[in-house]
Every structure is written in C-alpha cells, then in structure tokens.
Design a protein around this ligand. Sequence first.
Ligand SMILES: [Zn+2]
Length: 232
Amino acid sequence: MTLQEAKEKIIKVVQEEDRLDMVNTFEGNVSMRVGDTYLITPSQVDKQLMTPEMIVMTDGEGNILNPENGMKPSSELKMHLQAYRVRPDIHAVIHNHSAYATAFAVAGKPIAPKGFAEAMEIFEQIPVVPYGTPGTQEIADGFAATLPDYNAVLLENHGVLCIGPTIDLAFTEARAVEKIAKTMIMAQILGGEKPIPDEMQPPLTAIAQNIKKMIVQGGLMINEQEKAESDQ
Ligand SMILES: [Zn+2]
C-alpha cells in the first residue's frame, strides 16, 4: 500500500465513523503504519472536512515528516505509537468514544458476554485497561500489558481502542464492539443476560471451527490471507 492510498483509507474510515455516529466532530483518531512511516489524523479538524493531504506522517518517535501541511497530529499520537510498539504485527489503530462501548469503559466494566452466542465466538471478552489521562503516556502504559493478548480494549473512563493487521479489520472490530455493547446494554434493561449453559458450549466451538481460514488471535478472528498480505 502506498502512503497516498493509506491516507485515503484513513479518511474513508474517519468519515464513515462520523456518519455512523461513532465519533463526534473533533474526537476519535485513526492511524496506519506503512513500513516505518506512521500516518495519523490531524488534531482539531472537522471529520467531514478532513482530506488526505491533512494526514500527519511521523517516524516511530513521533517526529513529523510532513510539516509543510501545517497540521498537528492527534493529541493521542503517543498512544498510537505505543500500540505499534507493543504489537509490531499490526498496521492500523482506531480510537473512538462510540457511545455504548464507552458506557462500559466509563463504568469500568469489561464487555464479557455470557449469553450472546455470536459475540462470544468473536470476542472472548473486551477487557478494561487502567485509566490514563487523555493525551498522555499514561494511557499507553495502561494497555501495554493487555494489548499483546487482545485486539480490542476499553480505555477506562475514556473510550475504545481497536487494532488490526489491516485498517478494514480494525474498523470491522470497532463496529462489532459497539454493536455488541449496545445489545448487552439492551439485555441489561430487559433484566440481564440469560447465560448459555455450559453443556451447550461445544456446538459453539464447532460453529467457530467451521469458519474457514480464520484464526483466533487475541480473541478476535483474523483472516490468515489478509494477515499474510498485510505483513508483506
Ligand atoms: Zn479519546
């Protein structure tokens, strides 16, 4: 993927997140890694007015490589760079404050379905990582121990962080996390989940095994072929 293609991908995802009401105008940020270059959304730009030329490019230390566009990188650049350090296998990071998943983060509760079959197949659980002040290294320190095992985490009292071998997969995760969180909250309103009995667990495993070419990495299914392609 070229840098220009990556910039266009980022803009497409950001604007789709905005359209789906997963971010408000100025919150949330998206990044990609292409080789040794990190591309991230600029700070304080309306998502609908954002263009590929506004994407900020940095090296792994956060030094800006394209100052001529006059943009400041997202205030969460440190968090994104730390995610790539912890997980060198990934190429995309999406952070947002989507309402239902963020409700779990604000309550300090993991999304751990016990009665929602398909959610349980995709995510073992979506854990909460310790609070860090937005825009600081604390957030990155908070997830460093957890991110090796999960591709989606809740940032305590803050929001959602999804990572992926491709930006498409990271965005699929972000949408899945929000949808599952919404269903879990609705179930709570109806009196809580009805857990699936232990003796019913084997069929779930069998269903999961039938999903061809999928592997489970950190509780999230990743298509092997896409992963191989993204590593090239
Ligand atoms: Zn945030």
